[in-house]
Design a binder for this molecule. Structure first.
Ligand code: NAD
Length: 290
């Protein structure tokens, strides 16, 4: 397939490289990032998109996505599909899909889970919103870049799945970290805490697969001085998106709100910026009851 790829940063770079390695003709554009191996450089987003069967975007936020979409949609071939893999607000995803539909194009919002490691290894999970036709057209590319793609529903459904998943992740990480800090104060050995919880009803991905306590459980960013992994500021971004969506949809999400507030304090007023989101544990260690 002929593919335009816009946004070649930490995630987009390796995703585009994997598509090129699989034999697709990939033309790329980024404002600053280097061109990945096998990708033909374009001088603008519109040039990267021109003539593509599928145009993929992997950008920082919804505002940038809307601006890039407004530039590339007029340059795209009828029946081509615009597939955004960034994590953005549901409203931006739906606005871009509507703009694409007006121009006779297909559109998917297809955010990913799996991080930079998954992007490099081609093992991402995609969660997609859009038509059956658009999903079928992009599926062979999902198969190159990832190990699983779930068609979640119509436009915006992929972003909805992503922010709901990550709201659970943020809330669960906070709960796991505060429980470890409480266990410390109660004199409970961390390894014993892990042995019990990881096989009891408190188990979770944050405890069992990504344990925030160094030296306990499988290897995780906690064992690497909390270098990310998944940075606290990206967790904050996703928690803010879930709160924005909850407000727009009139959904009551008190735990999500509290997790968003905690990560905001951690990133903006404490030492969370640039650290993994599991560094909430040393943060709780240092604090007493407010
Ligand atoms: P990044 O900052 O490394 O990459 C974004 C790229 O977009 C940059 O290279 C930037 O130069 C480029 N860009 C910005 N504006 C542009 C424009 N107008 N035209 C062309 N290029 C432009 O970020 P990332 O880590 O690759 O994340 C990308 C998206 O993936 C984000 O929405 C993020 O939330 C999501 N995501 C990231 C991870 C992760 O672990 N990094 C995991 C899942 C999802």
């Amino acid at each position: 397939m002929k593919i335009g790829f816009i946004g070649l940063g930490n995630m987009g770079g390796p995703m585009a490289a994997n598509l090129a390695k699989a034999g697709h003709a990939v033309t790329g554009f980024d404002l600053t990032a280097p061109m990945p191996e096998g990708v033909t450089p374009a001088t603008s987003a519109a040039e990267a998109a021109r003539g593509g069967d599928v145009v993929i975007t992997m950008l920082p936020n919804g505002q940038i996505l809307r601006a890039v979409a407004a530039e590339v949609i007029p340059a795209m071939t009828p029946d081509a599909v615009l597939c955004d893999c960034s994590t953005v607000d549901v409203e931006s995803a739906r606005a871009v899909a509507a703009l694409a539909a007006q121009a006779g194009l297909g559109a998917l919002d297809a955010p990913v889970s799996g991080g930079v490691g998954g992007a490099a290894a081609g093992t991402l999970t995609f969660m997609a919103g859009g038509s059956d036709e658009a999903f079928a057209k992009v599926q062979p590319l999902f198969a190159v870049m990832g190990q699983k793609a779930v068609h979640c529903g119509t436009a915006g459904a992929g972003q909805a799945a992503k922010i709901c998943n990550n709201m659970i992740l943020g809330v669960t990480m906070v709960a796991t970290c505060e429980a470890f800090a409480l266990a410390d104060k109660l004199g409970l050995d961390r390894q014993k805490m892990f042995d019990v919880v990881s096989t009891s009803s408190g188990y979770s991905w944050t405890m069992n697969a990504y344990c925030p306590a160094p030296g306990v459980g499988p290897k995780s960013p906690a064992d690497n001085d909390y270098r990310p992994g998944f940075a606290a500021e990206l967790m904050l971004k996703d928690l803010r998106l879930s709160q924005q969506a909850a407000e727009a949809a009139d959904a009551d999400t008190p735990m999500g709100r509290l997790a968003a507030e905690l990560y905001e304090t951690f990133v903006e007023d404490e030492d969370g910026r640039g650290r993994d989101f599991s560094a909430m544990l040393p943060r709780f260690e240092k604090r007493n009851r407010a």
